[in-house]
Every structure is written in structure tokens, then in C-alpha cells.
Design a binder for this molecule. Structure first.
Ligand code: NAD
Length: 362
């Protein structure tokens, strides 16, 4: 396969962790016979330094010309970085919001995987996590409460604030379809999370999800109220495969799910639109405190590259090869500083990338 991949190296540890993911993609290309063209794209602080703005229209056009984009994190330390002396709309993070909007990325995918080898980092009781767990949160990203009308006004002399939560059936259908498609590539179960006992938007959500489910008879659908889901994530995370939910519930539940896995350096993510295009990035930030030291954990970015192969290119075997190589490296006891524990071998960013590459096989 011939693929055009956009590469946003970003700020802080971004260039270091993206270099390792590119190294792994190159190794996959050699082993499985794929060739890539990499299109370098500037975003965030790196773009401000060159263009004075965090994202240019040319970069958006270049990103759109790619099959998918791999990204490190962007941003700096707001206490010392000159980027944060700029007005809010010109700071690094504004570029990220703008590119997500420009590329119509409405579906955010966050896997929460607890590797058996890292279960010591999990704050849950051991009997709940024996054997690890592997779930995926599919969060609607461009609708709902965060994008509704809002106002604060005085009503009869009392300050009153109002935020509107609106979803239409098309917005619900398109993300439900993505969730069921992804469940088909996994353990074939969707848990749709809502608050249908109270909210109209949730009742419509449930109705449309049930309609979509009819086209996927091989996938099991269950509904769960969001308050129950918050409890179940810490009580029995192994029960979940794909959790499908709206914007605000997903915001909260995905952070809860990532906390129970332990380390931020292990968490991949993807944002998808209604084509095969996606933006793939680690869930963590640019970690300016450790940038340039060669100690950042690149595994989240490497696993994001695996997600890109699986969800944008349908290269499931290649994605499996990366995930298996990561598991092997962990099983063999190699760790970056953030996941280090007694008796394991501490290695740096480039070394862990090399070890993963060596274990990529057909
Ligand atoms: P952060 O995630 O960058 O760092 C939090 C802690 O986790 C730090 O101690 C850091 O060293 C550690 N950490 C993060 N990733 C790591 C990795 N791969 N390996 C080892 N340790 C890792 O969060 P922050 O400090 O709040 O934010 C720093 C900057 O990142 C800010 O400018 C913020 O706006 C930005 N940010 C960007 C994104 C993104 O690009 N999507 C997301 C979150 C934060």
C-alpha cells in the first residue's frame, strides 16, 4: 500500500515521541511491504515560531491532502513560554481546536488498556483487574453541551446561567455507525451511555442508536446510564468493549477510564471524521518538564500509529504487529521512567522505540 501520512511533530516531547512512531511505521512498511510519503505539518508553538500563528490555512490544506495525520503533543509551559503572552486565539492550543474543526473530526476514540505487566500502576484492587482490560471510549466531539448556545443574564434580579444541550439524529447516527464499525473489529459489544431517564437528548440518542444497531446483528448493544457507567468503570472495567457516548459524558468518562490504567505515557487516541481520515495522537500533553531529555515514553504515540493503520487504512495485521511488539517489550521488563518499577530495566525514548521495532514481525 502507498500511503500519504501527515506528521505534526509538535512541541516539547512531541518531536522525540513522533520520531519513534515514525521509526516503527517504517519498520512495519519494510516487513509488510508498504511505502509512505510523509508530509511535515507545523502546528502549535512550532508554527507560531515560523508563521506567527498556531495553524495556517496552507497547513490545513496540506493536512486534507493526506490519508491520515500522526501528531505529537503541542503547547509549552505557560509560566515561561512566550507563546502564552499572545492573545488566547493565537496560542498553541487554539491551533489544535482549529484543525479539529477544519477536518470535521466528530468522533474521538480513546482506548484504555491495562496491560497485565503494568497492573501495579492501576489504582484498582488486583482481583478486579487480573488479566488486564481493554476498552475503547467513543466520544462525540463536535456537538452537545459544549457547542450549544449559552448565556448568563439577570432574571428577576437573580444572575442565571443557561447552557443548551442539542443533538440532532444525524449527529447521533454518524457516530453510532463509527462505534458499531469499530466494535466489529474488536469483541463486538457496544455499551451506549446516556441519561435517558432524565434528558430528551438522551432519549433521542437511545432511539437512534437502536436503529443503527439493527444493521449490526453480530454486535451486542446494551444501554447504561452515565452515573452507573462511572461506577462500573471502577467496579468492573473488564465488562466493557466499546463505550459510545455524547460529548460531555465522554469527556468525563474517558479521563476516568485513563486514570484506572495508570500511566499517561501509554494512552493513544484518534479523532475521526466521516471518511477514513483521522488524526492520531497520544492523550498526554507536551510534557515540557522532560522535553529534550530523551526519557519520554513514546508508547502512546506508537500505539496511536497502530490505531491509524487499523482505522484509517484497515491494516489490522500490521496494527496487531505493533501492539504485540509493545506487549513483548513490556513482558521482557523494559520500561521508560514513567512506568518504571523495581526489578525492571529502565531505558530511554529512542531505545524503547528500537526494541519495539526489533519485535515487529509478520
Ligand atoms: P502533560 O500531559 O504534558 O504532563 C503531565 C505530566 O505527565 C508531566 O509530569 C509529564 O512529564 C508527564 N508525561 C506526559 N506525557 C509523558 C510521556 N509521554 N512520557 C513520560 N511522562 C509524560 O500535561 P501538562 O503539563 O498539563 O501540559 C503541558 C502542555 O501540554 C500544555 O501546554 C498543555 O496545554 C499541552 N497539552 C497538549 C495536549 C495535546 O497536544 N493534545 C493535550 C494536553 C495538554
Amino acid at each position: 500500500m502507498e500511503l500519504k501520512i501527515g506528521v505534526i511533530r509538535g512541541d516539547g516531547i512531541g518531536p522525540e515521541i513522533v520520531a519513534e512512531a515514525v521509526k516503527v511505521l517504517d519498520k512495519v512498511g519494510q516487513v509488510f511491504g508498504h511505502t509512505y510519503t510523509y508530509q511535515e505539518l507545523l502546528l502549535g508553538g512550532a508554527s507560531i515560531d515560523v508563521h506567527g500563528v498556531p495553524l495556517t490555512d496552507e497547513t490545513i490544506a496540506d493536512a486534507k491532502s493526506c490519508d491520515a495525520v500522526l501528531m505529537g503533543s503541542i503547547g509549552g509551559d505557560a509560566r515561561v513560554s512566550p507563546w502564552y503572552k499572545l492573545e488566547p486565539g493565537k496560542r498553541p492550543e487554539a491551533g489544535l481546536l482549529k484543525i479539529r474543526k477544519a477536518l470535521n473530526l466528530f468522533a474521538n476514540l480513546r482506548p484504555a488498556v491495562l496491560y497485565d505487566e503494568l497492573k501495579g500502576a492501576c489504582p484498582l484492587k488486583e482481583e478486579l483487574t487480573e488479566g488486564g482490560f481493554d476498552l475503547m471510549i467513543m466520544r462525540e466531539l463536535t456537538g452537545g453541551l459544549y457547542f450549544g448556545n449559552r448565556k448568563t443574564e439577570e432574571v428577576n434580579g437573580v444572575l442565571t446561567a443557561c447552557d443548551e444541550l442539542t443533538y440532532n439524529e444525524n449527529e447521533i447516527r454518524r457516530i453510532a455507525v463509527r462505534a458499531f464499525d469499530i466494535a466489529r473489529k474488536r469483541r463486538k459489544k457496544v455499551t451506549s451511555v446516556d441519561k435517558a431517564n432524565v434528558l430528551d437528548s438522551s432519549r433521542l440518542w437511545r432511539k437512534v442508536v437502536e436503529e443503527v444497531a439493527k444493521d449490526y446483528p453480530d454486535v451486542t448493544l446494551e444501554h447504561m446510564l452515565v452515573d452507573n457507567c462511572a461506577m462500573q468503570l471502577v467496579k468492573n472495567p473488564k465488562q466493557f468493549d466499546v463505550i459510545l457516548t455524547e460529548n460531555m459524558f465522554g469527556d468525563i468518562l474517558s479521563d476516568e477510564a485513563s486514570m484506572v490504567t495508570g500511566s499517561i505515557g501509554m494512552l493513544a487516541s484518534a479523532s475521526l471524521n466521516d471518511t477514513k481520515f483521522g488524526l492520531y495522537e497520544p492523550s498526554g500533553g507536551s510534557a515540557p518538564d522532560i522535553a529534550g531529555k530523551g526519557i519520554a515514553n513514546p508508547i502512546a504515540t506508537i500505539l496511536s500509529a497502530a490505531m491509524m493503520l487499523r482505522f484509517s487504512f484497515d491494516l489490522d495485521k500490521e496494527a496487531d504487529a505493533i501492539e504485540d511488539a509493545v506487549s513483548k517489550v513490556l513482558e521482557e521488563g523494559y520500561r521508560t521512567i514513567d512506568i518504571m518499577s523495581e526489578g525492571k530495566t529502565q531505558v530511554g525514548t529512542a531505545k524503547i522505540g528500537d526494541l519495539i521495532c526489533e519485535r515487529i514481525e509478520r
